[in-house]
Design a protein around this ligand. Structure first.
Ligand SMILES: *Cc1c(COP(=O)(O)O)cnc(C)c1O
Length: 367
């Protein structure tokens, strides 16, 4: 039995009448850019996160870019972030003319290691950008404490972690800015690109909403140069429907994760994902286990037509575009080792029991 890594057609089949109606409604009212559904979604996401403000933007990447700009990051500044994430995390820092200052990760959670952050601070440091990788919030308390002591802004890359919780607080609500992605493969996925910034502060909110429309406070009057980064109304309409199912879907992902955990428990050559005690809600955007023989497992799953992928095969410090940072290939030993061991398995809510057993059997056979 072939098992896709992700199959969005199942979600559409489940929600078809509602989604079709929501999209047709937007086609009918015609307010395609920043229409009423965008404001409604912003209110709902702000409330989900327990913060006052949310700003819909064109993608998760843009959410990070605008948040860093609003945090005051300028050319020549430094931004501390993890060595191990999706490319956008470090890419946006570079695009602002700032320098990504990379930090190694914790072996168990694959998130930024807070104990290494303070040593990376220089007079040029402006912000810290932790990533909540795979849907588990990074260890935010020490990061916020360090940021507070040094007067640094914190931008949470919560692209994989909408609805996740840390000590009862929502991902994205802990730092100065929280950034979400609605890329279709994320837990809350649109029918195309989309993103959102959340923040508690009115001044941050204002900056972000001006930056998304070319930096105009008032249409055609520009105190700053911004971007064209608006969330499409049709995407907001789709997301409003799906948002109502998000909690249930996250719980279903957690159930799949527990099943994998049990199936792999006690076997040699595999380490199941670590859920920290203070990570009160890990939403498993990915179920990423660590294998001694990553390549063998990947090959066997591929031959069995089971979807799997290495998130991420190359840490930032070994990406050719970041050669100028001057890192040695063997720097950041934990992220290097992690990239050679991790493998993400199918975990979407609609995954059937039979499908999951197929994945489990195939992995167990190799182990
Ligand atoms: C998906 C993702 C992004 C970028 O989001 P897009 O919507 O694809 O632009 C940024 N950071 C992380 C960690 C992501 O997983």
């Amino acid at each position: 039995m072939a098992v896709p890594l992700l199959d969005l057609s199942r979600q559409y089949a489940y929600l078809k009448p509602e989604l079709d109606e929501a999209v047709i409604k937007v086609l009918t009212h015609g307010k395609f850019i920043l229409g009423p559904e965008v404001s409604e979604l912003e209110k709902k996401i702000a409330s989900l996160c327990g913060v006052k403000y949310a700003i819909g933007v064109a993608s998760g990447t843009d959410a990070l870019l605008l948040a860093l700009r609003a945090a005051g990051v300028q050319p020549g500044d430094e931004v501390i972030t993890t060595d191990f994430s999706f490319f956008a995390t470090a890419g946006v820092i570079h695009r602002l003319g700032a320098r990504p200052v990379l930090v190694d990760i914790e072996e168990d959670t694959c998130n930024i290691d807070p104990s290494l952050v303070e040593a990376s601070i220089t007079p040029k440091t402006r912000a810290i950008m932790p990533v909540h990788l795979y849907g588990q919030v990074a260890d935010m308390d020490p990061i916020m404490e360090i940021a507070g002591r040094h007067g640094l802004k914190v931008v949470e890359d919560a692209a994989q972690a909408i609805g996740a919780e840390y000590k009862g607080r929502k991902a994205g609500s802990i730092g100065d800015f929280g950034c979400f992605s609605f890329f279709p493969s994320k837990n809350l996925g649109a029918g195309g690109d989309g993103g959102m910034i959340v923040t508690r502060e009115e001044s941050n909110y204002d900056l972000c909403r001006w930056l998304r429309v070319h930096g105009a406070k008032r249409k055609y009057y520009h105190d700053m140069v911004g971007y064209n980064s608006r969330l499409a109304t049709i995407q907001a309409a789709i997301l409003l429907i799906k948002l109502g199912h998000l909690r249930k879907w996250s719980v279903q992902r957690i159930e799949h994760a527990r099943l994998y955990d049990q199936a792999f428990e006690g076997l040699e050559g595999v380490r199941t994902p670590t859920v920290r005690d203070d990570s009160t809600f890990h939403i498993y955007n990915q179920y990423t286990a660590s294998f001694d023989r990553q390549a063998d497992i990947q090959k066997a799953l591929g031959e069995a037509q089971i979807g799997c992928v290495v998130y991420y095969p190359v840490p930032f410090h070994r990406q050719p575009c970041f050669d100028y940072l001057g890192h040695k290939p063997d720097e950041f030993p934990v992220s290097n080792q992690t990239s050679e061991r991790v493998l993400s398995l199918p975990i979407y809510p609609e995954l059937s029991g039979a499908e999951q057993n197929e994945v489990i059997d195939t992995v167990r056979k190799v182990l």
